[in-house]
Design a protein around this ligand. Sequence first.
Ligand SMILES: NCc1[nH]cc(CCC(=O)O)c1CC(=O)O
Length: 317
Amino acid sequence: MSENTKSVYHSVHPRLRIGTRGSPLALWQAHAVQAALAAALGVEKEAIAVEVIKTSGDQIQDRALSEAGGKGLFTKEIEEALLDGRVDLAVHSAKDVATVLPDGLHLAGYLPRADVRDALILRTGAALADLPAGAKVGTASLRREAQLRRIRPDLKVELLRGNVHTRLAKVRDGEFDATLLALAGLTRLGMAQAASCVLATDDFLPAVGQGAVAIECRIADPDTNAAIAAIACRDTGIALEAERAFLAALDGSCRTPIAGLATVEGESVRLRGLVLSPDGSDAAEIAERAPIADAARLGADCGASLRTSAPARALGL
Ligand SMILES: NCc1[nH]cc(CCC(=O)O)c1CC(=O)O
């Protein structure tokens, strides 16, 4: 893009500011959005600021997030900064974004989705089958715990929180025999080689939004919305519309083991959803397809349908 266009951008467009958490994963994602926006707008990266905002979720390390107040913990302070006009866009792991956003904010787009699968990290061995009975697996995710106990009721699952480095260290040092992490997160941190194996989505369904980077902004901010539209991945947006409507219909608080994955295949979108009892002994699954224009309705219908299932009723959904 010419020098002329750049100066036009600077004169008509206020400098965009991205709000993000300060974890290495969050920073990687914010910088990916910064680079994509800079390329699309034809400006230097430095023309788009990255502002680190500390969230309540960053301060809680000793409890499962489901006990501490849920997903909103990682986004609350960043959303306040958006609403106050201190930042113009916020970058999140889509998985960590609550289904209901504060008034005036929306998810305006997503980067192209990375690998959605969960990775298994073993101290020794190469596959889930290599874990002996009674092996201790660490996770803070009710979804991973329930699915793991469903396939391997003989394992011990215990709380393991903290960032990716901490969790890997606890497996390496023998405090846990294994842990599960999103492959996308490991890859973004340059640590995909820590994965002993990757779990197929047929056996182990990811969290709604896993692998996707969501960009949130004020609804009433046409410039920022236009900038995000220029980098947004259409298929990821359609898949996330279906998945988030599914979660919303089940009111996926993080106390409920819920998994869901939508994929766009040509002009249709396919959604698979799963609700489990916490110990994995009971589960209800659904798989449906709809035209891409009906992605949100597909999600809502699948969620409503699973709501009547036994595990959902047991969880009071
Ligand atoms: N809940 C934390 C979180 N949020 C997003 C990711 C990974 C990246 C992604 O799924 O996009 C992770 C870590 C993990 O679950 O392993």
